[in-house]
Design a protein around this ligand. Sequence first.
Ligand code: SF4
Length: 412
Amino acid sequence: MSTLPSPTPPAPVPDLAGTAGGDPIATDPAVGVLGAGAAEPGVVAGARGGGPAGAADEPTGAPHAAIGPMAVGGSAAVGGSAGGDAAAGAVGDVLAAIRERLLAWYTVHERDLPWREPGTTAWGVLVSEVMSQQTPVARVAPRWREWLTRWPGPAELAAAPVADVLRAWDRLGYPRRALRLRECAAVVAQAWGGELPRSEAELRTLPGVGDYTAAAVVAFAYGGRAVVLDTNVRRVLGRLLGGEALPPPTLTAAERRRAATVLPEEPGLSARWNVALMELGALVCTAGAPACDECPVRDWCAWRAAGYPRDEHAGRRRTQAWHGSDRQVRGRVMALLRRAGDDVVELSDIEAELAGIEPEQLARALAGLVADGLAVRVGGDAGADQDAGGRAVAAGEPGDAGVPPVGYALPR
Ligand code: SF4
């Protein structure tokens, strides 16, 4: 249930580009202007949001002109004339003010997350990013510490048994991420001499590393300039510059262009801009209850200025209930297997533990876990062709002499 602030927009929003209908006003010249008035550059190490909503108390100053809805385009609608130059300059001034206020707020409100500590390696940043995808940082932080203590680098993780990796992943959810991380570690250890590559293109060649993770590593591990667009950043930019309640269900090229347009040119500063946007989305501009009265950029927020219009993408958003889902059943099975250590859990015990689950759903969950490499099926019929250690076993029927009952275990 969302809790929106009362729709009392601030001062009238000037349409700096004369494009209140949403035509593009983002300009490269504007980005150039943003270089002025920049806050002190700084490289950040790790930056994930996603934590519980908190409160910020950074006061904002006198009302400012909001930038007006900035369409997620890229071409210049200002410039090319004296009037256009003036408008571009005004837009640049507003963006510079937004940046200054946001970075000042971040300096005060930055959360103390372990991967932001000095000395965190690029690999540690990557691990934090993978763990934090779809998992709140409060749950990630202790797992991340344990993980890095046990497997400080790619070589150590690549050499670890799969079962140990899955147990260490614990309840972070989406355990395929753990398998992909281990695969990534093996590639980094073997093909990159144990050092993560430094470019987004090279990072994207690694198992489990997509656009977001590659950009996050470049920005937060190496202090490079990269467009880091996670859920929090998309939401903040969509509200602040786009005037929309929530971004589209899937990332669009237009969003990426807009984010690139407002990204500071200077690498260290751009990394800090990225992490500040993330933090604002995690702590203040939350999905369901944005604390606009405490927002450092509220005076320029297009969504607030427009009176908080409804989510125009609501009809296209899929909401997936967790309770009763296949994912929940898979999670319960994985918890059983983790608790069993190296032992096999017989199917009858799984069925007893998950009493109430439809047999078809349980069978689907078990088959999915095996197909995904998260579990192995042992004993029993002809489909059971390996034991928990991956060794071939004789096929047969449950109950046959010498044929073990069907069971499941973590892969080794
Ligand atoms: S950017 Fe700030 S003012 Fe705008 S919706 Fe988010 S919290 Fe509210």
